[in-house]
Design a protein around this ligand. Structure first.
Ligand code: DGY
Length: 325
C-alpha cells in the first residue's frame, strides 16, 4: 500500500521526483474526481495527500488517515482544506505560492480587456458573418482602459502583479484595499483606500483576496449599489467572494458595466443567467492554466511532500503545527 495518496493525475516530472526519493504512492491515473471519505484504503495508509482545490479535505478525511503528516494542495488557495483541523491533528498543510502569480495576473488582464472591449461578443459577431464594414457607431463600442482607475481587493502577490501591469502597461491609477497596508505599496505607486472608497472610485475592480469568513460574500447587491462608476468587476480569486445571485441582478440592472469571471460560487456550475448576459466574459477557472505553470505547481506540491516525509521542514506551510507528526 502507498504512503502518498495523489488524488488526481499529475505531471510525469512530479512523479519522477517521488520515484527519485524512493517514495511509494497511489496515483489516481484515471483523473476523475474522487469522493475522499470513501477512499478508506488509500487514507488508512497515507502519510501524505497531494490534492487539488476541488478535493474537500476536512476533519472526517483526516480522521480516516491516522498516519497523515502533510496535505499538499496543488494551488495557492487552500479554502478546500480545514487548516485548523489539520493543525489540531499535527498535520502540515502546504500550498503553491509564487509559481502562478504572473500567469494569473495575465489572465486577470485578459478578462479585463476582453470585458472592456467586448472581445467575445465581437468575435461571435465576426464568426456569424455579421460584419458589414466600419461605422462610427459600431455595435461593440466598449470602454477605455488606458488611464482609468483600477481598484484591487487584496494586494498580495497576484494583486501586486496585476497592479504592475495596470501601472506600467496602461497608465492606470491603482487603488487597493485589504486587511492591512501592503509594504510594497509606496514603491509600487498604489494607494490604500477604504473598501467603500474603492467601490466609489473604481472604473475596474479586480479581486485578489483569499476566500475566508471575512471575504465570503464581500460583494452583494449592497456593494454593487455603491459602485458609482458602474465598474467592470473581475474575479480570478474565488467564486464565493461574490454573491452570484446579486451579481446577476447588478448586471441585469446596469449597476455595473460588466464582469470578467474565472471563478464561480458553486463550481463547476455558473449561475444559469450569466450565460445570457452579453456584458459577461466567463472562463472555467483557468487563472493558472498554462502548461509551464501547472507543471511548476505540481512540482512544488511534491517537493513539499518529499521534504516533510524526509524529516525536513515544509517549503510552503500555511498552518502552524506545534508538534509535527
Ligand atoms: C489557485 O492556485 O488557488 C488557483 O485558483 C488555481 O490555480
Amino acid at each position: 500500500m502507498s504512503s502518498i495518496f495523489i488524488t488526481r493525475k499529475i505531471f510525469d516530472e512530479a512523479i519522477a521526483l517521488l520515484d527519485g526519493a524512493g517514495l511509494d504512492y497511489w496515483h489516481n491515473a484515471a483523473d476523475t474526481p474522487l469522493d475522499l471519505p470513501k477512499m478508506g484504503a488509500q487514507l488508512a495508509e497515507a502519510e501524505a495527500i497531494i490534492c487539488l482545490l476541488t478535493d474537500k479535505v476536512d476533519a472526517q478525511v483526516m480522521d480516516a488517515a491516522p498516519n497523515l503528516k502533510i496535505i499538499a494542495n496543488t494551488a495557492v488557495g487552500y479554502d478546500n482544506i480545514d487548516v485548523a483541523a489539520a493543525a489540531e491533528r499535527g498535520i502540515i498543510v502546504t500550498n503553491t505560492p509564487g509559481v502562478l502569480t504572473e500567469c494569473t495576473a495575465d489572465l486577470t488582464f485578459a478578462l479585463l480587456l476582453a470585458a472592456a472591449r467586448r472581445i467575445v461578443e465581437a468575435d461571435a459577431y465576426m464568426r456569424a458573418g455579421k460584419f458589414e464594414g466600419w461605422e462610427l457607431f459600431q455595435p461593440h463600442l466598449g470602454v477605455d482602459v488606458y488611464g482609468k482607475t483600477l481598484g484591487i481587493v487584496g494586494m498580495g502577490r497576484i494583486g501586486t502583479a496585476v497592479a504592475r501591469r495596470a501601472l506600467h502597461g496602461f497608465n492606470m491609477k491603482v487603488l487597493y484595499n485589504g486587511p492591512r497596508k501592503a509594504p510594497q505599496a509606496k514603491s509600487l505607486g498604489v494607494e490604500y483606500v477604504s473598501f467603500l472608497e474603492l467601490l466609489f472610485e473604481s472604473d475596474f475592480i479586480s479581486i485578489h483576496a483569499p476566500l475566508n469568513r471575512a471575504t465570503r460574500h464581500m460583494f452583494t447587491l449592497h456593494e454593487f449599489k455603491m459602485m458609482k462608476r458602474k465598474p467592470i468587476l473581475i474575479n480570478t480569486a474565488r467564486g464565493p467572494i461574490i454573491k452570484e445571485d446579486d451579481l446577476v441582478q447588478a448586471l441585469q440592472q446596469g449597476l455595473i458595466g460588466g464582469a470578467g469571471l474565472d471563478v464561480f460560487e458553486e463550481e463547476p456550475i455558473a449561475h444559469p443567467s450569466l450565460a445570457g448576459l452579453p456584458n459577461v466574459v466567463m472562463v472555467p477557472h483557468i487563472g493558472s492554466a498554462t502548461t509551464a505553470t501547472r507543471r511548476r505547481m505540481a512540482m512544488m506540491a511534491v517537493e513539499n511532500v518529499v521534504s516533510v516525509l524526509g524529516g525536513r521542514r515544509p517549503l510552503n506551510p500555511v498552518n502552524r503545527v506545534l508538534s509535527q507528526k
